[in-house]
Write a protein that binds this ligand. Structure first.
Ligand SMILES: Nc1ncnc2c1ncn2[C@@H]1O[C@H](COP(=O)(O)OP(=O)(O)OP(=O)(O)O)[C@@H](O)[C@H]1O
Ligand SMILES: [Mg+2]
Length: 253
């Protein structure tokens, strides 16, 4: 069974960055095959890893719904949708990427969603690791991951506001149909020594801190130059910090 690693947290805190660096770690340490899943409709996980996204599951759904009769001859709707999903899968040397794209709009999408969900579930079974970059809300995570997450990182920047979002997500988890095996906080842009106020809030939430990713100017530089985070030097502070936390949190990885 594949191991599912997912990320959640307030907007802009660094979920996609950490997810990319986790993919990088798994790839660099030979923990393959890996499927990176971009489950954020305003997605950019592919971009941060230098990939050109051509099609998303959302687009496949829309195309099909606009013209349900437009199935090529000799195919039924199931083969047709499955073929489109296979085409949307971006294959890369160390990992593959699947972009979920926009959520469904109005109208009945149940049938097409069922086919797409069943097929993506089947597809994901071929991978040893699934790295799911989630949107800020948690509503869709259970569906995206077949209801099981081995490791959920709640990402926050070094702010009490970010931590409050972590607390809200943590409180929400009980109400979701989601079996989370291991849950921890990741602090981004944090100093070496976290303040007492910050640590007191963490203690109240009651979750461990998996790691602190320091401010890394190379991330901004790579973003501006549209370079893949997979090409960051191995000694970059953000890379070192993610490697360290993965070694600790995913030792059998
Ligand atoms: N440790 C860090 N040091 C410096 N900059 C960082 C760090 N982590 C993230 N950033 C920068 O912060 C910005 C937001 O990061 P990112 O896109 O990973 O956040 P996100 O949580 O995925 O955002 P969204 O909710 O919009 O998807 C990016 O420009 C990224 O380069
Ligand atoms: Mg993101």
């Amino acid at each position: 069974m594949s191991k599912v690693i997912a990320f959640a947290g307030k907007g802009g805190v660094g979920k996609t960055t950490v997810a990319s660096l986790v993919v990088r770690y798994l790839g660099a340490t030979g923990k393959t095959p890996i499927l990176a899943v971009d489950a954020d409709p305003n997605s950019n996980l592919g971009e941060t890893m230098g990939l050109q996204v051509t099609s998303t599951i959302g687009e496949i759904r829309e195309t099909y719904m606009k013209d349900p009769q437009g199935i090529p001859s000799g195919m039924d709707k199931i083969n047709y949708l499955e073929t489109l999903v296979e085409q949307a899968l971006i294959e890369n040397r160390a990992f593959d990427l699947l972009v979920m794209g926009r959520q469904e709009g109005q109208g009945c999408y149940c049938m097409v969603n069922n086919i797409l969900n069943k097929f993506t579930d089947k597809l994901t079974k071929h991978y040893k690791y699934l790295v799911v970059d989630n949107e800020a809300g948690m509503e869709h995570l259970s569906r995206r991951t077949s209801g099981r997450v081995d490791l959920l990182f709640l990402v926050t920047d070094y702010s009490l506001r970010g931590l409050r979002a972590v607390r809200r997500i943590n409180d929400m988890l009980g109400g979701l149909k989601l079996d989370v095996k291991n849950l921890a906080i990741v602090v981004t842009r944090g100093p070496e020594n976290l303040s007492q106020e910050f640590l007191a809030e963490v203690q109240e939430i009651g979750l461990p801190i998996a790691g602190v990713i320091p401010y890394d100017p190379a991330l901004l530089e790579f973003d501006m130059e549209r370079r893949s985070l997979l090409d960051l030097p191995a000694e970059s502070p953000s890379v070192l910090a993610v490697d360290k936390l993965m070694k600790e949190y995913c030792p059998t990885a």
